[in-house]
Design a protein around this ligand. Structure first.
Ligand code: ATR
Length: 281
């Protein structure tokens, strides 16, 4: 690889286990693009400085992950409409002395659900769990699919209600606490909480899961997440983790930077087999 090839990076904390460098390397190989992609660990309070240093050293763009997506939003000179609304940015592009921000998380989620997994969202009842940064980034692209309604449920119910009010002009959306959820099966339940990271499952009433309900965890692991195991136990129609979303949001970023959208299916398959292989070792 030429030492002067275009450079990109993912910035976050923690970052050691990030799959983004692997994903972008596979994309670059597939599309015959010459680029380098690193992972940069940044301490709290030094995000803007780290971005500036990377940019000054010739970097063309960065992906931003936990916990800096909101800071990235503040840092950007300009933002896409959906990033503007989300209040969070996962993709920064540097050109013409500008720092432009996008949020590709929601497009990645929708693409995985609709194209890869063939899950219909139009006219469906969606339940989205959580009201943090991860959920903010996906609500508008989900609403664009014209579901019958999105219910956002959160432990702190006021945050769910605030979020629903923020997105209300984009579709039919309500916010609630878990206790007040209607006891009827939803079509799709998307887990955007941090509960899986702690090995927990959000306290969703079991009646919300029916045999046609599809469960999607925005988190991924080599083995099923606690949320997926919970859904399987209740007889849910299907349960998926968020590996496809991860690859799809990366593909959206790659397309913004490089002008070409990679074929994601072989990359998702490759990562899944690498994760399965690592789990067996
Ligand atoms: P992120 O940027 O990953 O979304 P965040 O903004 O800290 O992180 O939000 C974490 C989300 O997970 C919140 O919706 C949080 O609920 P609260 O707002 O009530 O704190 C939710 N969450 C975290 N742990 C949870 C758990 N054990 N059960 C249910 N929800 C949980």
């Amino acid at each position: 690889m030429s030492p002067r090839c275009d450079r990109y990076a993912v910035i976050g904390n923690p970052i050691a286990h990030s799959k983004s460098p692997r994903i972008h390397t596979l994309f670059a190989r597939q599309t015959r693009q010459e680029l380098a992609y690193d992972a940069i660990l940044v301490d709290t309070g030094t995000f803007a400085q780290a971005v500036d240093e990377f940019r000054q050293s010739g970097g063309k763009g960065v992906n931003v992950t936990i916990p800096f997506k909101q800071e990235a939003w503040e840092l950007a000179d300009s933002r896409s409409a959906s990033a503007e609304l989300a209040g969070a940015i996962n993709t920064l592009s540097f050109y013409d002395n500008q720092c432009h921000g996008d949020n590709t998380d929601g497009a990645g989620l929708v693409r995985d659900l609709v194209y890869n997994l063939s899950i219909e969202l139009k006219d469906k009842k969606l339940l989205v769990l959580g009201a943090g940064g991860a959920v903010r980034g996906v609500l508008e692209p989900l609403l664009e699919q014209k579901p019958e309604r999105i219910t956002v449920a959160n432990r702190t119910s006021s945050k769910a209600r605030e979020l629903a009010a923020h997105f209300a002009s984009h579709g039919n959306i309500i916010g609630t606490g878990y206790d007040d959820l209607e006891r009827r099966p939803f079509d799709v339940i998307i887990n955007g909480t941090a509960a899986s990271l702690q090995g927990n499952v959000p306290p969703v009433p079991e009646a919300c899961v029916g045999r046609d309900t599809c469960l999607y965890d925005m988190m991924y692991r080599s083995d099923p997440t606690p949320f997926m195991l919970w859904g399987t136990r209740l007889g849910a129609g299907s349960c998926f983790d968020g590996l496809g979303m991860l690859v799809e949001q990366a593909a959206e970023s790659f397309a913004i930077w490089r002008g070409v959208r990679p074929d994601t299916v072989p990359v998702i398959r490759q990562l899944r087999s690498e994760m399965d292989g690592a789990a067996e070792q």
